[in-house]
Design a protein around this ligand. Sequence first.
Ligand code: CDP
Ligand code: MG
Length: 832
Amino acid sequence: GSTKKEINMSTEIEKRVGNLLNSSNGSTSVENNPSTSSETATLQSKPVEAERPTSLLEIHTASEGLNIELKQKQEKMRESDSVKAMLAFREKLPAFKVKSEFLKAVAANQVLVVSGETGCGKTTQLPQFILEEEISSLRGANCSIICTQPRRISAISVAARISSERGEKLGETVGYQIRLESKRSAQTRLLFCTTGVLLRQLVQDPELTGITHLLVDEIHERGMNEDFLLIILRDILPRRPDLRLILMSATINADLFSKYFGSAPTIHIPGLTFPVQEFYLEDVLEKTRYVVKPESDSFPGNSRRGQRQQESKKDPLTELFEDADIDAHYKGYSTNTRRSLEAWSGSQLDLGLVEATIEHICRHEGSGAILVFLTGWDDISKLLDKLKANNILGDPNKFLVIPLHGSMPTINQREIFDRPPPNVRKIVLATNIAESSITIDDVVYVIDCGKAKETSYDALNKLACLLPSWISKASAHQRRGRAGRVQPGVCYRLYPKMIHDAMLQYQLPEMLRTPLQELCLHIKSLQLGLIGTFLAKALQPPDALSVENAIELLKTIGALDDREELTPLGRHLCTLPLDPNIGKMLLMGSIFQCLNPALTIAAALAHRNPFVLPINRKEEADDAKRSFAGDSCSDHIALVKAFEGWKDAKRNRKEKAFCWENFLSPVTMQMMEDMRNQFLDLLSGIGFVDKSRGANAYNQYSDDLEMVCAILCAGLYPNVVQCKRRGKRTALYTKEVGKVDIHPASVNAGVHLFPLPYMVYSEKVKTSSIYVRDSTNISDYALLMFGGNLIPSKNGDGIEMLGGYLHFSASKTVLDLIRKLRGELDKLLTRK
Ligand code: CDP
Ligand code: MG
């Protein structure tokens, strides 16, 4: 056996790597590869990107003339009717009442915390007050005001709003910069950017030299980026006494932030809202006469018992159910309510109920927009599909249904904020983005499902999950408040009151419930010293085990060396605002000529799986997915093939039918295409893809499944499962948790024997047992070449993979060859 293996392997590897080395020298001819020509159009049709300003931090040199010019222009604009009308609107906002108090406090203090109800005018007014004041005092030309937003779409929408309030075009005095996109000019003095963009800028300018005023918005959300930025800012402030820092928060926990900055002064903006009537599940069911179907599906993730176990670590509410006598809580509730709650506790939001509630409002209640809070993109897209398919609303022209999600690459700004024509009902399907960062004024009805997709991280089992969890009381209050902006409103809560009473007061900060590898890379790229020491300075530091896990993972994938310093791969990964594993897959995909599959898989990993799981047609759905997978034993290949099929169908404008037949979500497919383009932009931004060469230059091996699987291994490592033969079956083991099972939704579920000895997977989830989701069967060669670092094995008979994922024995000649090849692979990454 061993000689055969040696021969196979050396020829195999030489062939592959030989090819790869050739092609990366540019000697591969494009004509060889007709298979991927269809993608060329996409790549080449995008125009070469215009030069855009890369620094946020231009120091504006003083110019008396320009200062006067700016002031005159501002005064002239104030004469215009549109600006006057806008001013009338602005003056009614609660923020306007604190204008002078605010400006005085900014002048007198280095740090200021401002809190106020959502919609009171913090984001649109406070930065604008500073801008107007600077311009009026003839300092306009010298100021540089930056305001950070947690999400791309709020950065765009706020910048656009302020520009129109000032009677200017977007990108003149007020602009925005988000990843890969900006609207700004040399005139820009107030710039909205995502918190991520500002963090990246810190690499070039650690002292934020050019900034005069920095406003950090939505800090109450306790997002990871915002918490991270606050640690850095607290260190910068003493070195930048002239820098003004303004922290903006909804009315939650303002004291916490003030304390963190040495008891910084706070201003509270009192709000004005209309009363909102609230209904809980029991009333909603009665009003809608909706009958909840009993749980029928035996899929383990759906059963309440299974789900309870899965969530027991993260969901205190479910824990409460286990401890207390749940039946006592249920007293007085109908079977219908009980069924609905049981289903929803088991993570299955009953979209039928949401739909029925929408229908009820449309038929029986007065006019006004409806805002529906859902858990995430999957619910939004399912409900969108459902509303379209069922046409419960009758005439489709009478309804304007708008999805609103933080990772949407584009939004139709006007559509969301403007009032629709009379007799048209606006229905916004949103995630918690509409909770505090985007205010839609004409909302009168809120439907709140009570949950939000939340990441959670179990450091002991190294399990990261993105699961719908019950929101906090604070969030429920925020959501309800959205209904009372312009007139008294109604809030329909799709959960019983006992759930509300048991909700946490506040949500746990993101830093405490997320894997930290991306953050750790960032800390290294900003040269902030040892990761552990740095993170200990956070508002609420993450626990040591989570930090250790992250550092270990970064070492395992080769991003950090054993002294915790960035490797060349690590430096590349720092420049990609992505999970390091996904980033590595993209880099490898571009180097090793299977860019298309890498983009597709990365898009699905970063976003979500497009395969839908219809409860009553599960077998057909499984068949569809299996036929994409062919005999590859790979969910990821199924995904790639499904996407290719969708692209073909789209060319013939048949993509809807294609999705329908193959149980794919049309909205998710479209989103994946957009994300692929974003990733392509990222890769071209760091020089790994040269768009002018066309797609063929990067796809020579895109149809070579073994090669694609090897790239998958590079990206997903160390998510490795060993397949061990036990009689007529394969048993699966992971290093961390021992025995695992294939998730029932996988194309690999039910396979008794796997042809190849390893499996890589995207994610493991814990329900009744530990399942690996989306898996791909791979060879030991793939692991050997693309897995973790190799070290001599302890008993001297071969090599081992760092961390013990693989033990490989072979002759010295073969081992030497492998080491050389691995060395060459590493060099490919240092080239750029
Ligand atoms: O930041 P905060 O939640 O305090 O409020 P804001 O975002 O500054 O919004 C103040 C007002 O401006 C609200 O009534 C919004 O509806 C309105 N607005 C708008 O009409 N269009 C935008 N793009 C943003 C805000
Ligand atoms: Mg705001």
